[in-house]
Ligand binder design. Sequence first.
Ligand code: PLP
Length: 476
Amino acid sequence: MDIPATSLTKSEILSKLTEYKSKDLPWRSGRVLAYTYDPGREVEEITKSAYMSYLCENALDPTSFPSVVRLEREVVRMIATLLRGDDKVVGNFTSGGTESLLLAVKTARDKARVERPEITRPEMVMPRTAHSAFHKAAAYFDVKPVLVPFDASTFKVDLAAMRKAINPNTILLVGSAPGYAHGVIDPIREIGQLALENKLLFHVDGCVGGIHLSFMRLLGMPVTDFDFSVPGVTSISADMHKYGYSAKGASVVLYRDKSIRKHQLFACAASTTYALINATILSSKSGGPSAGAWAILHYLGENGYKQIVRDVQTATGRLINEINAIDGLRVLGEPVMCMFAIASDEFNVFDLQDEMVQRGWYLQPQFSTETSPSNLHITVNVNTLSVIDEFLQALRDGVEAVRKMPNPTRRADLEAAIAPLLANPSSDLPAQLAAMGGLDGSGLPERMALVNTVLDILPDHITEAMLIEFVNDLYV
Ligand SMILES: Cc1ncc(COP(=O)(O)O)c(C=O)c1O
């Protein structure tokens, strides 16, 4: 593809972009129960205008655009206060949950390099339910992830196993508030105690829940403590671009004090280029996300957030009750806020996912683990509230349709077919597995249950290799 020789007009360009979007998920409809956190058009417009007004300002050098530093500092202070941090708590604005978690892990590693130089292979002890961004951080920064199992009914990390997993190489403990998959909060106070006893850093991943849970607390709803009020918590991440409702590219990572945070920072005077000092991973970056986040905090204010949280929690309570009443479906664990997962002991939930897509609803498939069945994730959004009855009806119809399927996707049959291939793998294994999942190289099939079930059955490292092949072919 060449750069066009002649220019298009603004309206031609915008209409082409609209056309490009036509197959994307209809996220404004309330029918997409993952990926987006839509506060409605009016709120969206505020964050958009603020974002655009800072689109081209560069947050690279804190001395050239002091207003961007000011925006970031004010957003960070507001979130630090919400998370009950005192004046010593410091933090930075980042591009998202992943960057915040990468930084928390890098900070722990670099602090250990200075203070515990005897450690040659640092380890972080984290629940199996912790977000995959921690695995990415482990891979990027060469920190060994030590996974701790979770209770099969509460989905909280097994504390006794966590205690046992700590060893002289451990530099960091992790807990989630809540974990994305099941919406369950780990026992943060108890993990904090473990951190104190073992003199370890402890990061609470509040990326998806830090803000929403805090407003639940302010509304007097039952939420166990997960923030800086808990002794032993040394850092927390909270994403503005999730339930903070700002546009993508906005998260905050906070530390108990500057003596920890300084290990996050990077400076370089050894190059012929300008002297570089980065608070976070990116260098040149738009001021848009921080302006958007700052704007939404001021526009919604505490009362606006409380109103949203109250409404969303009421709707979530109803959803959970009514889903549990559908024969064959159950909500996993005891989700605290407005995200949860549904599973079935009677049919393949990936078939249900396909049926829901056919009815115009998008739920997110999640794979099984030793102690969790395959399930579908639901993120409740403000825009879902007006379509709750329709959703529940579609779900009931979907379950009926799956029960009547002449050829449901049978996991046991696929397991039996895959086992011999894995026992004697040939060089053709990836192609054989792809064919088994119904992939013929012509893009994704309309129904995804087969692909998802095959990927779910395969050992993690093979699933990961297949996903990498898929994406390697996608971006060409
Ligand atoms: C608990 C949790 N942590 C981290 C992340 C990663 O955030 P991001 O996708 O913004 O990088 C997510 C994303 O959903 C999450 O739910």
